[in-house]
Design a protein. Structure first.
Length: 483
């Protein structure tokens, strides 16, 4: 299975091709130091055998930003060193921090933009990246990742919306690439050529007048020319279309570009896979084999394997899925994909982050701040002797399901639906014993079944199957009734 094959990235060898991208946890304090909650979060990924762990955005500078990890001073290094030690003691994972610089934002909605930066301030940012990279190496990390995506400083220089009219001129691609080039050069000067340096940037900005695949292919090529060791891709998450909530600073995932960055349940699986494939093909065609990371609603092991086997990516990245179940890789390796706790892309984690609350998963038991540890001795939930008793009824075009409570330590119920006798897939997870399918369309036949699951993804057998066939509304009768 290619998914489980090792991969060499510079001087580090990943045990498999699965990466957990940087994902804000809000577990750190305002002081920016590594604490026990942070250690526990990343140790869980290592225990689950995730190939490469990318630690959440870690600031290279001192600007106030709420709970955010930092590498802006030497006194932050011991905490990171302990994090690295604990992660490596727990499992085979490699670990890198994502280092970031961001501009100022205010609760009024005002934000600093890159055209406000003086040359001396740009030089200071470049130096801050170099110094933070050196601290990361001193802390024992296996490499670093330069955050050049979303609404942050390096990404803003790469953007087609870059307003500068100097050596960093937003009207030319070379101008937009200049800042990243200088940062990369400074980082290499401080860490050397034998320390892996990855980058995360946007395959598509997903904003009006922003760049898309033709630009991102060429940006990726330049990054390869500069010697980056891997390229991790994302989409959107920009300030330009963010929705301002009065009294709060702008949150760059509230507009359409934020939807695209963390596509919810309304999007199909793998909505961004074509972008990574296009970038990989372009970079490879120019003689570079830098590994490319594909992300975006990848949760099914078969989908992940196909991306790699078809040559559309070298690594698969999963943030929300690995938050839901850090043991995803281990379960796949053990042939227990059926035991995976599947992300339903409800984006509760995103909503918690937006409201400055500790990020957890809706699928975890209530009150848990870390993913539950799997009890391999558990038989999992089961249905009562009388069975699940799944029932379906149709009211006003809505298919309403109800069933008996399962026996055991129940965390929730996965709802499976098949349309027109097709393949059944999970459409929702609920805590209770009722579900209303509001997306059924008249004139189609649907079948449903339910599986109870416990906190670690152990499932009960499938319930009985029920069928529902909503009718096509009679619009003529509806019109007559309103005359």
């Amino acid at each position: 299975m290619k998914l489980l094959e090792p991969l060499r990235i510079g001087t580090m060898t990943l045990p498999n091709r699965v990466l957990v991208p940087a994902m804000v946890t809000r577990l750190s304090g305002e002081d920016g130091f590594v604490n026990q909650g942070i250690i526990d979060r990343y140790v869980r990924y290592s225990k689950g055998h995730v190939g490469l762990i990318v630690v959440e955005a870690t600031a290279v500078h001192e600007s106030k930003s709420g709970p955010l990890l930092r590498l802006s001073r030497d006194d932050f290094v011991p905490g990171h060193r302990e994090l690295v030690r604990r992660v490596k003691d727990a499992g085979p994972s490699k670990i890198v921090p994502q280092i970031i610089h961001f501009m100022k934002v205010a609760r009024s909605g005002w934000r600093q933009t890159i055209d406000m930066l003086e040359e001396s301030e740009i030089d200071a940012i470049i130096e801050a990246f170099g110094a933070a990279a050196a601290r990361a190496r001193d802390a024992g990390y296996d490499g670093i990742e330069l955050h050049s995506a979303h609404a942050y400083t390096l990404s803003s220089f790469l953007s087609r919306r870059n307003p500068r009219r100097d050596a960093y001129d937003g009207r030319t691609l070379e101008g937009r690439l200049r800042m990243f080039g200088r940062v990369m050069a400074r980082v290499r000067q401080t860490v050397g050529k034998d320390f892996p340096v990855g980058v995360r940037f946007l395959a598509e900005e997903a904003i009006k007048d922003g760049y898309a695949l033709p630009d991102s292919q060429r940006i990726a090529l330049r990054m390869a020319q500069l010697g980056v060791d891997y390229i991790s891709l994302s989409v959107g998450g920009k300030f330009e279309d963010a929705v301002h909530k009065e009294g709060s600073p702008l949150y760059p995932y509230t507009g359409y570009s934020g939807d695209r960055c963390m596509p919810g349940d309304q999007y199909p699986p793998l909505p961004h896979a074509h972008l990574a494939a296009g970038i990989k093909a372009y970079v490879n065609s120019h003689g570079f084999d830098v590994p490319i990371v594909s992300v975006g609603k990848i949760s099914d092991p078969a989908d992940a394997e196909r991306l790699l086997a078809d040559g559309r990516a070298d690594i698969v990245g999963m943030a929300r899925q690995l938050l839901a179940d850090p043991d995803w890789v281990r379960k796949v390796a053990e042939g227990r994909s059926h035991a995976i706790l599947r992300c339903i892309y409800c984006n509760v984690c995103k909503q918690l982050d937006e409201n400055f609350k500790l990020v957890s998963c809706f699928l975890w038991p209530k009150g848990f701040t870390q993913a539950p540890v799997e009890n391999l001795g558990s038989d999992g939930p089961r249905w009562p002797d009388a069975g699940a008793g799944l029932n379906a009824r149709i009211e006003n075009g809505i298919v309403k399901l109800s069933w008996a409570r399962a026996v055991g330590d129940i965390a929730g119920y996965d709802i499976f639906r098949a349309e027109a006798d097709g393949t059944a897939t999970i459409v929702e997870a609920v805590k209770g014993t009722k579900f209303a399918d509001r997306l059924a369309v008249g004139g189609l036949a649907y079948t449903y079944h339910v599986m109870a699951y416990d906190a670690c993804g152990h499932h009960a057998p499938p319930s009985n199957i029920v069928r529902a066939e909503p009718a096509i509304p009679n619009f003529e009768e509806a019109d007559i009734a309103h005359d």
